[in-house]
Design a protein around this ligand. Structure first.
Ligand code: CMP
Length: 219
């Protein structure tokens, strides 16, 4: 680790693939900055593990427990061999006071999370399941979609999707089938991915659903 510099010598730790860094509900005394590898954050929702985020190099997590003095709000699992800086509460506070760039990044990250949480509330308030599914897919395509031809592809299973939008998995799969039949998406069940080949068409469909939700189904 010495080749990584003094920060790594002091704070760096290796978490082998499959190891749990901490569990939801644990007391928390450190925050983590991923240097290499991949960490998955999940939270229990009605007994199911709901995916919050997969974090790679440069991203941080675990700051909430040390800022709020509250238990861990999620479980962190190393999906691959991961190295991370593990920074205790006191060092974190000193770093923030000395380095405004770190404080600004933290505020940005928290503002992004608040944005996502607000968008999530919007989805949960939608009555129509097709609307919820299409709206959620469009949103994650924007934030974590990878280019796929002229469209976008997201890695998500029907189970993850149903947990995120608080819907029954089977009904969610049926809604995905309807969207696929309308050629708005391609659902690769085996690969756990969904592709949106024409984002503009999905946006039009969403506008239509928005109107329907707002003015009601008059048919
Ligand atoms: P902490 O509560 O200490 O431990 C779990 C961590 O997961 C938490 O700090 C945040 O860093 C992170 N976290 C919590 N909620 C979300 C979310 N909605 N999206 C991304 N990361 C989150």
């Amino acid at each position: 680790m010495s080749s990584e510099g003094p920060l790594h010598e002091r704070f760096g730790r290796l978490f082998p693939a499959g190891s749990v860094l901490f569990n939801e509900g644990d007391p928390g005394h450190d925050m983590y900055v991923v240097h290499s590898g991949l960490v998955q954050l999940t939270r229990k929702l009605r007994g199911n593990d709901s995916l919050l985020a997969n974090l790679g190099p440069g991203e941080f997590f675990g700051e909430m427990a040390i800022v709020n003095n509250r238990p861990r709000s999620a479980t962190a699992l190393a999906l691959a061999d991961t190295t991370a800086l593990v920074i205790d509460q006191r060092t974190f506070e000193v770093m923030i006071r000395r380095n405004t760039e770190i404080a600004v990044r933290l505020v940005r990250k928290l503002a992004n999370r608040l944005d996502q949480a607000n968008a999530q509330i919007e989805v949960l308030l939608m009555r129509d399941l097709n609307h919820r599914v299409a709206h959620y897919l469009r949103r994650i395509a924007e934030t974590m979609g990878v280019p796929d031809g002229a469209g976008l592809r997201v890695a998500i299973t029907a189970t993850d999707l149903s947990n995120r939008i608080d819907a029954d998995r089977v009904q969610c799969e049926e809604a995905l089938d309807r969207l696929a039949k309308a050629r708005l998406i391609d659902h690769d069940r085996a690969g756990g991915t969904i592709s949106i080949s024409e984002v503009g068409r999905l946006d039009e469909f969403l506008q239509f659903l928005e109107m329907k939700e707002r003015f009601g189904d008059t048919t």
